[in-house]
Design a protein around this ligand. Structure first.
Ligand code: MG
Length: 396
């Protein structure tokens, strides 16, 4: 029987890749629900193409348009407004939630599906970074699994299959190093928005591309790895691998290492998350091993990537610190993209926010949301103050 999928964040780049994977394996999957935050036209087009039974849109101002247009092609069930994504997760039937929503809006849908005992294929970083302990508890209670779509976590997940937790010595997350690998902090000072957005391997949105350049994205992945696999931060390493072929490695207590490899293509981790626990026959991603060429692995200096170090620190502090740091980064990267602060100021701002952030427990999704709100306000204030002086004076 076809697996019934609810795909939230279907109009973004991951959502589109998910649909292209499904398109290549139509006999295996049925799209029952689709959701987007604001792209009403794109959502409607996809709903029509995939004969979705329900659609959800966060943007309330498009409600009338959505209802009128949807009625013209069979009238799927419609959810609109702030709670639309959560309600769609609660009130419709599906076997797997694909959460490709960006930002903290991805939290509630994951929680709802896990509570219902439904597996979640997760591309939304905020879910595990901001509310990790709450989310993993819900998964355990609901008897549901979080299936990572990120290539690194998918690699580790696959390497750990058939292994025991106590046999793991270390996780090794690979990073391409971003576009500025090998540049000194002084050279990075004057990096422009255009330079930061030219990522060598993966084509992604502007926020995650900047996060790849600062290695903040890798830091978030370290936090996610701790949540997903229960390995403490001092046993999670980051290693530079420019070719993006080795997607990550696991080192075991006997000294053995396992890695997962393929040509870089998001559709492979997506396919694995969608078909888990099966592996299916697929020609979507083929790797000619004999043509991979030289694969290099090099150490990453934590000193040169302060954003990565700050993520480790937030993870060690626990509580709401990771949620605050992640929210602060969204604001700081936004300010960089608007040319309000420089590239290195991103790390300066984050350092300042984490230093000022109080140690406090995280007991619920509401705690994560509140920390997110407060951290955004603090960061905005810091950046606004910094504009009058130089950011370096304001921060350090
Ligand atoms: Mg990744």
């Amino acid at each position: 029987m076809a697996k019934r999928l609810l795909i939230q964040g279907c109009t973004g780049s991951i959502g589109r890749s998910v649909l292209s994977v499904i398109g290549a394996h139509r006999d295996r999957f049925r799209v029952t629900g689709l959701a987007a935050r604001s792209s009403a036209e794109a959502l409607l087009a996809l709903a029509r193409e995939w004969s979705a039974e329900s659609i959800a849109l966060e943007d309330e101002t498009r409600a009338d348009f959505l209802r009128a247009e949807a009625a013209r092609f069979g009238g799927p069930r419609i959810f609109v407004g702030r709670d639309a994504l959560r309600t769609q997760c609660e009130d419709t039937d599906y076997d797997l939630l694909v959460n490709a929503v960006t930002g903290s809006a991805g939290l509630e849908p994951t929680a709802v599906a896990l509570r219902r005992g439904i597996n979640v294929a997760l591309a939304n970083k905020e879910t595990l970074v901001a509310a990790g302990p709450v989310i993993t508890r819900l998964a355990a209670e609901g008897g549901a699994r979080i299936l990572p779509i990120d290539s690194e976590h998918s690699a580790i997940f696959q390497c750990l299959m058939g292994e025991r937790q106590e046999s793991v010595r270390r996780l090794w997350l690979t990073t391409s190093g971003g576009p500025f690998w090998g540049k000194s902090a002084a050279e990075l000072e004057g990096i422009t928005v255009e330079e930061a957005l030219a990522h060598p391997t993966w084509k992604m949105g502007p926020k995650i591309t900047v996060d790849s350049a600062t290695l903040f994205n890798k830091g978030l992945e370290v936090i996610e790895a701790e949540r997903l696999f229960g390995i403490p931060p001092d046993r999670i390493e980051v290693v530079a691998h420019r070719q993006s072929v080795i997607h990550s490695l696991v080192e075991f207590t006997d000294g053995s290492l396992k890695a997962q490899l393929s040509v870089p293509d998001m559709r492979l981790p997506i396919l694995f998350a969608l078909t888990y626990p099966e592996r299916i026959e697929s020609d979507l991603v083929r790797t000619d091993v004999s043509r991979l060429g030289a694969l290099t692995l090099e150490p990453v200096s934590r000193d040169e990537y302060p954003c990565l170090t700050l993520c480790y620190e937030a993870l060690r502090r626990g509580g709401t610190a990771p949620a605050a740091l992640s929210a602060a980064d969204e604001v700081a990267v936004g300010a960089f993209l608007k040319r309000q602060i420089g590239f290195n100021d991103i790390a300066r701002v984050l350092n300042e926010i984490l230093k000022a952030w109080p140690d406090e427990p995280l007991a619920s999704l509401a705690d994560a949301r509140e920390a997110d709100r407060r951290a955004r306000a603090m960061t905005l204030k810091l950046i606004t103050q910094g504009k009058n002086n130089s950011m370096r004076d304001a921060c350090c």
